[in-house]
Design a protein around this ligand. Structure first.
Ligand SMILES: C[S@@+](CC[C@H](N)C(=O)[O-])C[C@H]1O[C@@H](n2cnc3c(N)ncnc32)[C@H](O)[C@@H]1O
Length: 263
């Protein structure tokens, strides 16, 4: 599947995604994934940053709140319209740009760092994206990204629960079957059932790669891996947000930080 078709899917998802994620239904993002990502992020105060696949911009704003001068790039115009509207209401100095991660519309060495929150597994040519990220990074700059964990969320995954409904194990399959835009359909699970019935589910083209492929692509792009993160909900967070309790059995997200060498 090419980037244009991916963009059409995301454009159709954007209105519902923005509405429900801003209403707090992206529980994994808010309760676990973004806090863990920000905890792993180096000090970005005063740095120039790009948020790749920024969506409606909530995470871009969280990075800007740490003192970075941010640009946000996304392929879906409706996401950018929402991001820009929020920026106009409550400015954080973020410049939102419509574009494709494969052909970033920025000069070489434009940024001290690039973030990509849960967007790179949705891009059609991750090797090309990583090469272009390397190009726009300044020497010594870093990329930090989060993706669905390749090992524990391959194309087939099912939570195994005990009699009380608590997650106790995970069944996975098809780990080695790399996908080319296989469309997954779902909605945030905390949306009430009567509302869910009235919504068209998200249709998300996915480009699953094994962990071996991810490491090879990062290294081939000329980046040096320096940190991995596998967020796990604490007992307190899992009790308060039972949806994320399955991350105590096995991780759902993988965070990677990789750096462009200085020379
Ligand atoms: C799961 S959403 C994540 C959005 C946001 N980063 C967040 O954490 O809420 C994936 C995003 O990647 C964007 N995307 C997919 N392919 C892209 C591409 N080739 N270039 C730029 N953005 C892309 C989609 O439009 C969508 O906004």
């Amino acid at each position: 599947m090419d980037a244009r078709t991916v963009a059409e899917h995301w454009e159709r998802n954007a209105e519902t995604w923005t509405k429900y994620s801003r209403a707090g239904h992206d529980r994994y993002r808010d309760a676990l994934n973004t806090p863990a990502f920000l905890a792993m992020l180096p000090d970005v105060n005063g740095l120039d940053g790009l948020d790749l696949g920024c969506g409606e911009g909530t995470n871009t704003r969280a990075v800007a709140a740490r003192g970075a001068r941010m640009s946000g790039l996304d392929i879906a115009p409706t996401f950018l319209a929402h991001a820009r509207a929020t920026e106009a209401e409550d400015p954080r100095g973020i410049d939102y740009v419509l574009g494709d991660g494969l052909t970033l519309p920025f000069a070489d060495a434009s940024f001290d760092f690039v973030t990509a929150f849960m967007s790179m597994m949705d891009m059609s040519d991750q090797q090309g994206v990583l090469k272009d990220v390397q190009r726009v990074l300044r020497p010594g700059g870093f990329l930090q990204f989060s993706i669905l964990h390749p090992c524990f969320v391959p194309p087939r995954r099912r939570n195994i629960r005990d009699a009380s409904g608590a997650p106790v194990a995970v069944e996975i399959a098809d780990y080695f079957r790399e996908t080319d835009g296989e469309v997954e359909t779902w909605l945030f699970s905390s949306i009430p059932e009567d509302e869910r019935r009235q919504q068209t589910p998200f249709a998300i083209p996915r480009f699953h790669r094994t962990l071996t492929s991810w490491v090879a692509m990062i290294v081939t792009a000329g980046l040096v891996i320096e940190a991995f993160g596998e967020p796990m909900a604490s007992e307190e967070v899992a009790a308060a947000e039972p949806i994320v309790a399955d991350t105590r059995v096995a991780p759902i997200f993988l965070h990677v930080r990789a750096r462009k060498p200085r020379s």
